[in-house]
Design a protein around this ligand. Structure first.
Ligand code: ZN
Length: 408
């Protein structure tokens, strides 16, 4: 890949994504796939004033072997080292960058129930740390090509070529132009305009309809707001872009208010399995029935993971004509696929989708209708003919999406 384009991408990630400030620490989590690019990013962090950049390498085949050979007991352990690492994050609030290149099938052949049980056992230990840093630090997820991932998306061609094609797709979807920082400023303004339009109406609910069978109503939170693009940290007030790419305008709906059926428009890659042609039915906010042509059992297990897994945490609006959807590629990766079309997420909601959320504790946010769960799984429901109508408390109806795209 052309070095200048990669440098532009590294700049975008560090300056617009993390927005690293003078004297901050940065933690980078990545796989062994693109060490030269990771080095570029590290250098860019230092040029932006970072005082320490730590890279935490991983390798999925090693994770897989661990999952296979370790007992549920040792997998469930929350070690002193981990505790110290989390405490360090609470104390120093380092920026966190995750460069994702994972093989979507990398954990195939492992016992997903064992992994889920281990995660569930560890969750209560991790949650207090996560709650303590939430919304207080800059973080960003971006992607780089891994060989297995690239070969899955582009089968039948040499790996080198597939990697090059995936680089191209990542850079295109991430809006890495000659001046990606200006491009993202513009993009963020656009998303902010859409959020303002939606927030000014204070819709009580959204009604979804599509010829594919989607016929669904979701209740919105009266204290809720739509967000999109960049976010601002609490306390330090630093603007950053948590997802590159990002096309969505989203909110956390009111827990307990969702009725009807939604039909998925893209397969869902979950724990190494692909759930295909599926639908989900809700009553009073809760999933009461699911169906899938492939891997229905995985979907059933997912919604039964914990109490909140059967409730919605997110409602996201994205034009059918998004740069990602227009590539026509199924990425088998949430960062891209979730930004390809309108989606919902089961599980954990976002406190920062409540107005003045910083005034509330986590428990209060839950009471106000933000769902809590150990999972947050997005699934796509955007179709070419999708219609979404916003309805206010007074009964005023406003067309928000028409024929799959924004209606305003
Ligand atoms: Zn989303």
């Amino acid at each position: 890949m052309d070095k200048t384009r990669l440098e532009n991408y590294a700049k975008l990630i560090v300056r617009s994504g993390l927005n690293v400030q003078d004297g901050q620490e940065v933690l980078i989590q990545c796989s062994l796939d693109q060490p030269e690019f990771v080095t570029m990013v590290v250098e860019e962090c230092y040029k932006s004033g970072a005082k320490r950049v730590t890279v935490k390498w991983s390798h999925m085949p090693v994770s897989k072997v661990n999952y296979i050979y370790r007992s549920l007991e040792t997998l469930s352990e929350f070690t002193d080292t981990e505790r110290a690492e989390w405490q360090y994050r609470v104390d120093k609030l380092p920026c966190l960058l995750w460069l994702d290149s994972d093989d979507p099938d990398g954990l195939a052949g492992t016992d997903s129930q064992k992994i889920a049980s281990a995660n569930m056992a560890r969750f209560p230990s991790i949650k207090p740390f996560r709650d303590a840093i939430e919304n207080k630090y800059q973080w960003c997820i971006a992607a780089v090509p891994g060989k297995e991932w690239a070969c899955k998306i582009f089968p039948g061609i040499p790996a080198e070529e597939a990697i090059e094609k995936l680089w191209d797709a990542i850079l295109l979807c991430s809006r890495v132009t000659e001046d990606p920082i200006a491009e993202w400023d513009n993009h963020n303004k656009n998303l902010a305009m859409r959020c303002k339009f939606l927030n000014d109406y204070r819709f009580d609910k959204l009604e979804y309809k599509s010829l594919n069978g989607t016929d669904f109503v979701v209740g919105l939170n009266q204290k809720g707001i739509f967000c999109g693009g960049g976010e601002t940290t609490l306390g330090a007030n630093i603007y950053f872009n948590p997802n590159i790419p990002s096309e969505e305008v989203f909110t956390s709906p009111m827990r307990g208010r969702a009725d009807g059926k939604v039909v998925s428009t893209k397969p869902l890659s979950y724990q190494g399995k692909l759930i295909e042609n599926f639908w989900v039915e809700f009553k009073d906010g809760k999933v009461i029935k699911v169906g899938a042509e492939k891997n229905q059992d995985v979907l059933e297990k997912m919604v039964a993971m914990d109490e909140g897994a059967a409730y919605l945490g997110e409602v996201a609006l994205i034009a059918y004509d998004s740069p990602i959807n227009n590539t026509g590629i199924l990425f088998y990766n949430t960062l891209f696929d979730e930004n390809a079309s309108c989606h919902l997420a089961l599980g954990r909601g976002f406190n920062n989708c409540l107005e003045n959320y910083e005034q509330y504790s986590n428990e209060e946010c839950e009471k106000l209708g933000i769902n809590s769960s150990m999972i947050h799984v997005d699934f796509m429901i955007g179709s070419k003919d999708l219609s979404i109508v916003g309805v206010t408390k007074e009964g005023k109806r406003v067309q928000i999406f028409k024929d799959g795209n924004w209606a305003f």
